[in-house]
Design a protein around this ligand. Structure first.
Ligand SMILES: [Zn+2]
Length: 77
């Protein structure tokens, strides 16, 4: 397989991955505003130890538009 073909395959794979991600996000309902879309970005999932004890020590941040003003600053909770 030559370089041109490999690069084309990589672009196709990236496009398919992006499309698959968009479909998963579209199915997810935001816990904050109730609209469709993944408004929570998880940077670390719940640890196994926390799962066993029933805690939630996952980490992440919101990208929900309802939490930010027009200037991009986070609104007061
Ligand atoms: Zn939201």
């Amino acid at each position: 397989m030559n370089r041109r073909q490999r690069d084309a395959n990589r672009r196709t794979a990236a496009a398919l991955a992006a499309a698959a991600r968009a479909r998963v996000l579209a199915l997810h309902t935001c816990e904050n505003c109730g609209e469709k879309g993944g408004h929570w970005i998880s940077t670390r999932g719940i640890s196994f130890a926390a799962l066993v004890t029933g805690q939630d020590d996952s980490e992440g941040f919101w990208t929900c538009p309802k939490l930010y003003g027009e200037d991009g600053r986070r609104l007061a909770a």
